[in-house]
Design a protein around this ligand. Structure first.
Ligand code: S5P
Length: 452
């Protein structure tokens, strides 16, 4: 992957481009929405952006740099700091008092000023800005833009004799996002239609309700989890990544009323004892009506998985309602999981994961064809036949320092049509665990309802 491509993906994570249906100021409905202002809130990204933008031109050709307010102001500032090209500031409106100047800073007649703009659409706003700079007897020959929306602006400015250097255009953005499975072919064709000036048809993409999924399901474990979801009005799975039996049981007691399943990594307990740990945990699962999901992420040949599933001190097969498993061992490796709902790991939430689109596609084929599999863990949409479990959900933070990447529940229900969210630290690290689990339950349920 090229540096530029990587950089775009980092920017995308900040939410600068959204796909859907957006009504523009003009009343026109657009299939995408761009806002580059969030880039300024991430200093590392802003710095990288300034490197990429400076590479587009030869800095010696210019005496000054000026960003079009407001979105391009921090960009021009970062470029100025990096290149030592002096910055001038263009006001949006002239001051009503004092000097009434429109351009602030130190400059002299005849200097060539490089203009920086975040997004170029029709080009009209640049055509209004440039004369204000020229009025001060400054020259403008070149404009740098981060994103060319390909709606005629670049052409218009070039016809007027300006050189326009863009870092990305919409076609490139779509290609990169498509390659990384972040946008569908349907969305791309809608965008292409829009860019050609056609009115875009938005088909309402409906998700199935839990009731519909329940009707369609034949596996007893998928039925169970859907029934609990409907009854408790919850799609929350709490991940109990705690280290002692006491913490695990306390946690289960607190979150029990709000969850459909409690997810364990049973092998991280320092004091595991089948009778002391599993029996009371089972009691709590019955008391509060939730399932036990052991996140074992099996990843071996069938025979070994069979041994791991039923033996050792954990005897997972005797208590887990659901288990997670990689499908890397191939279809038959899943045959051993009897009397349990298997959730296949199709895509992971961590940065740099190897679960790219080709992997996911192949993994999905196995998951869809195996009767023991009821769903998948994934950060992408999957077919309706499988339930989608999405970890990497946190309302407070975007990630940890170990590669985890978070989205909000709103995002995953809207964009991935998730069925169940998995939340770990967002709940077990919260000051008030009960309240946090209730908050996530409500947020998850509301997001589900909003996307029906
Ligand atoms: O891709 C994945 C798959 C899983 S199951 N990413 C994940 O984070 N998980 C698990 O979800 C992970 O092992 C952890 O138990 C939980 C997320 O925890 P959190 O504290 O980051 O919310």
């Amino acid at each position: 992957m090229s540096n530029k491509e990587n950089f775009l993906l980092e920017c995308y994570q900040l939410g600068i481009i959204k796909f859907g249906k957006f009504t523009l100021k003009s009343g026109i409905e657009s299939p995408f929405y761009v806002d580059l202002r969030p880039l300024a809130s991430d200093p590392k990204i802003l710095k990288k952006l300034s490197f990429f933008l400076l590479e587009l031109i030869s800095i010696n050709d210019f005496d000054l740099i000026c960003g079009v307010p407001y979105a391009a102001l921090p960009m021009a500032t970062a470029m100025s700091l990096e290149s030592e090209l002096p910055l001038i500031i263009k006001r949006k409106e002239a001051k009503a008092y004092g000097t009434k100047k429109l351009i602030e800073g130190i400059f002299s007649k005849g200097q060539n000023c490089l203009i920086v703009e975040d997004v170029i659409t029709s080009g009209i706003s640049l055509l209004e800005t440039i004369p204000e700079i020229e009025k001060e007897d400054l020259k403008v020959t070149d404009i740098i833009v981060v994103l060319d929306r390909q709606q005629g602006g670049k052409k218009l400015l070039e016809e007027r004799g300006f050189r326009v250097h863009s870092l990305f255009n919409m076609t490139e953005v779509c290609e990169i996002l498509r390659k990384n499975n972040l946008i569908s072919d349907e969305e791309i064709s809608r965008i292409n239609d829009f860019l050609k000036g056609n009115q875009v048809q938005f088909a309402e993409e409906k998700r199935l309700t839990y009731e519909q999924k329940l009707e369609n399901s034949t596996n007893s474990f998928s039925k169970k989890i859907l029934e609990i979801a409907i009854e408790k009005k919850s799609n929350l799975i709490a991940s109990a990544d705690v280290l002692t039996t006491k913490e695990l049981l306390d946690f289960a007691e607190k979150v029990g009323p709000n969850i459909v399943a409690l997810k364990t990594h049973i092998d991280i307990l320092t004091d595991f004892d089948f009778d002391e740990t599993i029996l009371p945990l089972k009691d709590l699962a019955n008391k509060y009506n939730f399932l036990l999901m052991e996140d074992r992420k099996f990843g071996d040949i069938g025979n070994t998985q069979e041994l791991q599933f039923s033996n050792g001190i954990y005897k997972i097969s005797s208590w887990a309602d659901l288990v997670t498993s990689h499908v890397i061992g191939g279809e038959n490796s899943l045959d051993c999981f009897l009397n349990v709902g298997v959730i296949a790991i199709l895509g992971m939430s961590s940065k740099g994961t190897l679960t790219n689109s080709e992997y996911r596609e192949e993994a999905l084929k196995i998951a869809l064809s195996h009767p023991n599999v009821i769903g998948g863990v994934c950060q992408n949409k999957i077919p309706d036949e499988l339930l989608l479990f999405t970890p990497g959900v946190n309302m407070e933070t975007k990630g940890d320092n170990k590669g985890q990447q978070y989205n909000t529940s709103e995002f995953v229900f809207k964009n991935l049509k998730t069925d169940f969210i998995i939340v770990g630290r967002g709940i077990y690290k919260a000051e008030e665990i009960e309240k946090a689990s209730l908050d996530y339950k409500i947020a998850g349920w509301n997001s589900y309802i909003e996307n029906l």
